[in-house]
Design a protein. Structure first.
Length: 466
């Protein structure tokens, strides 16, 4: 846990003492927006790392996110923290940021209601009770779901200081218990929700120059908290969009890797495959995926071959046969429209397809062997869509989007990584697909004016979007 404080830090110190010997959680960091807050002195005395983050730093994902990742923070506690928490942090820590408010919400909450302002308002209103509220943090000030409330009686003779003292006594007595209750609930959730995430293996090519394939997927999945491993199918000098490239097929290397991993007992919860360099490599990789699937591993297949009606540079008919073989082991495959046509032998139509034709194309991919299917970048009845089928629910669906007429290599890999990351958090296929679509759209919009688009999107600056 990280504790965010603006003032004295008495709640912070109380929490530190409470969790000193707790098996549930550790307080690893104190963040203050004020360099002169007495909480900084408390942190030094207690041996808790502390850092000052003013308004600009707090609102800068490039500063806050690496800090929280460095300390392995999985929950944030606001203990007298005055600034509004920025949306990107709320999105990063859904139902994992809690705040203590010195009144019985929804009364005496919102803008300007902090510290003595609250107690003065309680006194002025002639309230017969006051108390504290612990609630989840949302973009609405003091508007998140209430976790717990504790009340104390007031007398007409109580001064504002008396009201404050009574509320503070409740904080000291109850706040640590509520924080522990929330932390315990997180610790009892599935492993992917509490930091010990499902392990995923990326089997894809590695480009020396450009944010594509493994170089695009690995940072996204790592940022989402997944332990990521990789097996390069080829080493490529640069993205193929430059027209010239050098490529090294790593099939011989792969044949030596799988026996070593088997001997060492390595296993993965999920495997995501991308570019496959040859038919021989496809047979080896698909055999390994089939063996792993028998042990419960989920197989995701992105049959990377082409786009806009044509194959990528260097992709041969043999590669198409290789990708068809990969589909036979896929729990989920997600070709774009071009790739779906090449895999099924169905014609590619620049003007798009009807809804009935889109369903036939999905079913043709299922006949090849894939259980669930997504087809990206397809025009269905004149509307840009991702069309799909979920074999768990026996459901067909279309998700519409607005096309941004800019091309970047690697956007399919970004889509794949975000999709997989959310699926491994046990979100639905439709929800995960929509989130992946939205992230790709935002990234393209933010980078559409980049001079050299051939090297892909500079992901390091935008990981907070995932």
């Amino acid at each position: 846990m990280a504790v965010f404080v603006s003032g004295s830090g008495s709640n912070f110190e109380n929490l530190v003492h409470h969790f000193q010997s707790s098996p549930i959680a550790d307080i690893v960091l104190m963040v203050s927006n004020k360099s002169d807050a007495y909480a900084m002195t408390r942190a030094r005395r207690l041996g808790i790392p502390s850092v000052v983050m003013g308004k600009a730093a707090l609102n800068d994902p490039g500063q806050m996110v690496p800090l929280l990742r460095r300390y392995g923070v999985g929950m944030i506690v606001l203990a007298g923290f005055l600034p509004m928490v920025p949306d990107y942090l709320i999105n990063m820590f859904p139902q994992r940021i809690i705040n203590i408010h010195p009144a019985l919400l929804p009364k005496f909450g919102g803008k300007g209601m902090w510290g003595h302002h609250v107690h003065e308002a309680v006194k002025a209103a002639g309230e017969t009770q006051t108390g504290i509220t612990v609630h989840y943090v949302t973009p609405v000030c003091d508007g998140g779901e209430i976790i717990a409330q504790f009340a104390v009686e007031l007398s007409p003779d109580d001064t504002v200081d008396d009201i404050a003292a009574k509320g503070h006594a409740l904080e000291m007595a109850h706040f640590p218990e509520v924080v522990e209750q929330v932390a315990r609930g997180l610790s009892e959730q599935p492993a992917w929700e509490c930091g010990v995430q499902k392990q995923i293996l990326l089997i894809n090519d590695m480009a020396g120059y450009g944010k594509v394939a493994t170089a695009a997927m690995l940072p996204i999945l790592s940022y989402m908290g997944l332990p990521v491993y990789n097996l390069p199918t080829a080493l490529v000098s640069n993205t193929l969009d430059y027209g010239k490239f050098n490529i090294l097929d790593t099939t011989d290397y792969i044949t030596g890797v799988f026996p070593v991993w088997k001997e060492l007992g390595f296993r993965f919860d999920a495997i995501a495959t991308g570019f496959i360099a040859s038919e021989r490599q496809a047979r080896i990789v698909s055999k390994y995926c089939l063996e792993q699937a028998a042990n419960g591993t989920v197989i995701f297949v992105d049959p990377i071959m082409g786009d806009e009606g044509k194959l990528y540079n260097g992709v041969t008919p043999a590669a198409i046969r290789s990708m068809r073989e990969m589909l036979t082991v896929a729990h989920l495959c997600y070709p774009n429209y071009t790739e779906a046509c090449y895999l099924t032998g169905m014609p590619y139509h620049v003007e798009g397809v009807t809804a009935a034709d889109a369903r036939r194309l999905v079913d043709a991919l299922r006949e090849v062997g894939a259980k669930s299917v997504l087809i990206t970048s397809i025009l269905v009845d004149g509307v840009h869509c991702v069309t799909g089928y979920n074999h768990f629910t026996d459901e067909y669906f279309n998700l519409e989007y607005t096309e941004i007429p800019v091309h970047f290599p690697g956007t399919g890999d970004i889509f794949s990584a975000v999709l997989i990351g959310h699926l491994l958090k046990e979100e639905t296929l439709i929800s995960s697909t929509r989130k992946a679509m939205d992230v790709v759209a935002k990234l393209i919009e933010l980078n559409k004016d980049n001079a050299d688009k051939n090297r892909g999107i500079p992901l390091e600056n935008f990981l907070y979007l995932v």
